[in-house]
Design a protein. Structure first.
Length: 208
């Protein structure tokens, strides 16, 4: 695993992606807090990894304004508006669905705010466990679509074709019969802006 991680970081360097290694969750929390200024605004997307780390509560507690679309009691339209605002925040936090050993990052999204934030925010931090590393891009896409998405649909009781049985059925999963979760696909192959995109790789299993 150590050689695989070293190779991955070398590939990120070639792709102009800044990689950080953390041996555990606490190290990842501290790294995020060291990168983001206390007066910065932050956008987020749905992520078991971010939830596990408690990043939203931690950042809000120290004074950051977090555009969280998951606050209780808000209507769907307000939630969608908060998502839009979050894509224009100073920093955008996310986790990838999969990472190829060559360094590509794969993200799926339902409403598009996740992809918009990752692709265009001024600063992006992606936090991932080593469980999301796959041998190549084909396997990364397969993991995102056939493993992560069915589990997220089950977790959120999202009425997608993969909800029953946990098997991806992308050729059937269209409205009005189904509420499709993987509507957009983003593959990060490289980064044009120096130091814009940072990936924190945690040597633990995190999220789906």
């Amino acid at each position: 695993m150590e050689k695989k991680i070293d190779s991955l970081f070398n590939n990120w360097q070639k792709r102009n992606i800044t990689g950080f290694y953390c041996k555990d969750k606490q190290g990842a929390i501290e790294k995020v807090q060291s990168i983001i200024p206390q007066d910065a605004t932050i956008g987020i997307c749905g992520s078991i990894t971010l939830d596990t780390l408690g990043m939203v509560a931690r950042l809000e507690a120290r004074g950051n304004r977090v555009f969280s679309q998951y606050k209780s009691g808000i209507a769907k339209e307000e939630s969608l508006e908060i998502r839009r605002q979050g894509t224009n925040a100073d920093y955008f936090l996310a986790s990838a669905n999969a990472i190829s050993e060559d360094g590509e990052l794969v993200f799926l999204s339902a409403y598009g705010n996740r992809i918009a934030g990752i692709a265009n925010a001024k600063h992006v931090i992606v936090i991932c466990g080593v469980n999301k590393i796959t041998p190549n891009l084909e396997k990364a896409l397969k993991r995102a679509r056939e493993y992560a998405t069915p589990l997220n649909c089950k977790r959120l009781n999202w009425k997608s074709a993969c909800l029953e049985g946990g098997v991806c059925q992308e050729t059937l999963c269209f409205s009005p019969e189904y509420n499709r979760m993987c509507c957009q696909v983003l593959i990060i192959e490289a980064e044009a802006v120096q130091d814009r995109l940072k990936v924190i790789l945690v040597d633990e299993d995190l999220g789906f």
